[in-house]
Design a protein around this ligand. Sequence first.
Ligand code: HEM
Length: 137
Amino acid sequence: MQSAEKPSLYDRLGGVYSIATVVDDLIDRVMADPRLNANPLVDEAHHRVPPAGFKYLVTEMVCWAAGGPQKYTGRSMAESHKQLKITDKEWEAFVDDVWLTLDKFKVPAEEQAELRAIVNSTRPDIVFDSAHAQGAA
Ligand code: HEM
């Protein structure tokens, strides 16, 4: 819900230039994370997809989820992740990378909390054993 006094999360984050900068750092971090690439399916995909396109799609998605004017044009989260068989532990490593990046750019606590809620909402679609993951979220 938004009011006249409260700009959207998108605006508070600084719009597309800031979000794209943060996503650039995050995707570099995630694509090189040995905790994630220990999963051979993730490792294969991380070495197959061109980083620029990956960053484009994730930027589009984050902008859209934060209330920006962009539309997400990629595949659904379930469709693009189910074949990767992502575990709870890999999810936790990914979330850790997200916070390392947000801290690096000194994103304020309130905006981090809103981003955490957005990230958590995707967990059942991304973690392979989603019934268990939902209970832990
Ligand atoms: C909030 C959590 C996440 C979001 C918002 C997200 C977002 C995305 C997006 C937008 C795409 C591109 C979809 C397309 O090709 O149309 C994608 C693909 C991918 N994601 Fe994620 N992701 C998340 C979590 C994860 C995690 C935890 C991992 C690994 C442990 C991961 C690994 C991958 C890989 C390897 C691909 C490429 C798949 C392929 O093209 O075969 N993602 N993700």
